[in-house]
Design a protein around this ligand. Sequence first.
Ligand code: ZN
Length: 509
Amino acid sequence: MKKPLLVFLAFLLAILAAGCDIVPPLPTASPPATSLPPITPTPHDTISLTILYTDDEHGWMEGQEDGMGAANLMGLWRQKFGYHPDDPHYLVLSGGDNWTGPAISTWFNGESMVEVMNAMGYDASAIGNHEFDFGLETMKSTIATAKFPYLAANMRRKNDGQVPTDLGILPYTILDTGDLKVGIIGLANLITPKVTNPANVEEFEFMPYVETLQEAVPQVREKGADVVLVISHLCNQELRHTAAKTKDLGIVLFGGGHCHETLAEQAGDAVLLTGGPYLRTYAWANLTIDPDSGKLVDAQYDVETNQGGPADPTIAAIVKRWREETDATLGDPIGYLSETLPEGSEPLLKLVTETWLLGYPNADVAITNRGGVRDDLRAGPITIGDIISVMPFNNVLIDMKMTGAQIEAFMNDQREKVFAGGIHQEGDQWVLNRTGAPLQEDQVYRVLVNDYMYAGGGSYQKLAEYDPNGYDTGIDWRQPVIDWIIAQNSTPEQPLDEAIRALGKQKQD
Ligand SMILES: [Zn+2]
């Protein structure tokens, strides 16, 4: 990035030295990072690629705030980068976790989000842990609707050691820009089994990043790739580590994800990018590549906010159609109840917290604030709209770690304000339902809370002090409740009441 400035300074010095008083022309070399990057091939036969990078979209096609959705991002990219989906010198890439999030995406198993990403011209996505959330069969059918590949070179079936291409997952892809073959290798996160339902990934193992790249990079080069990029669901720290350990492989770009961070920096001869969650931000890089060596000649890169972009009409129309479909499902009955569960009652709070644990079985304990559950769940047919009335806030689940002593202290302090699933009291002791054993003071448990509590809403500041690295699952806190109710297949003759009373009673295996 310093090059244009140096050229300009040298030019100025030359003029001054010559004692000449002509006005120097404005520099015509690359503009600074914040302005429009050049996209046409530059001299010396180098080739320019513009990378537009997002991750952890979590279905937020509508944006968490007005003007920050997918349509705005598309408009912004068109305006700022001259982006056109059909121009092969632009690569739109994702670090994964595309789907799990608000109803507009989750209720359609991510298919709505894939349609949006298709229209935005995404070229590839890494596999995030949440791509597994809806089960393998559903994942396969959602991936089948994508016009771009999902990549994870390090995800292997335990029985044959192969990447599960039958599910639509590829180790890598090679894109031809006409003047350059670009190999893109995907990496899933090693902790995937711990941050989705483990049952959905039990037939797979996740191989170490560096070894996987050492194996895959020569393969893509053999298949003709002139230049190699990596997209991944790796947090910044492990992304930097992986880049440092694979310097000799000549990879020019590493994209990350998962930890809801942003990143745009150069490491050796590569650029590292992480776009940040929920389409609120994105990362970009303009790479100038020597096609003979496959190496970077120059690079500009940055992270920017998705703000001020004019809504792209095509994307806006797709999002609007899915919004209408979402709203149309609000009145559909998903179950039946014969007796009203009053606001604040134990069965209602159990329905919330115990279904979180069933939907996210990595956690041991689930704690919600009573104030977030604020309506009766009335007798009769239950609709999704009713669940939204009971749980009106747009919270997501945070997976955090607490010791037994911290859980006890928190529950004893906040007894009036919170309710816990997964544990119960016997005398003075808190007992883990799953094992029937009292909480151990020093043992670390995984606890689900909502993001309002984790962010210190009410007076819950302690939670983030106990664990500053709580994991934002991106899962809407109502989703496990809805999923469980649907799975009971209740009818007016066989209502839910009995099943709700049984929640959390039996030991779970
Ligand atoms: Zn993730």
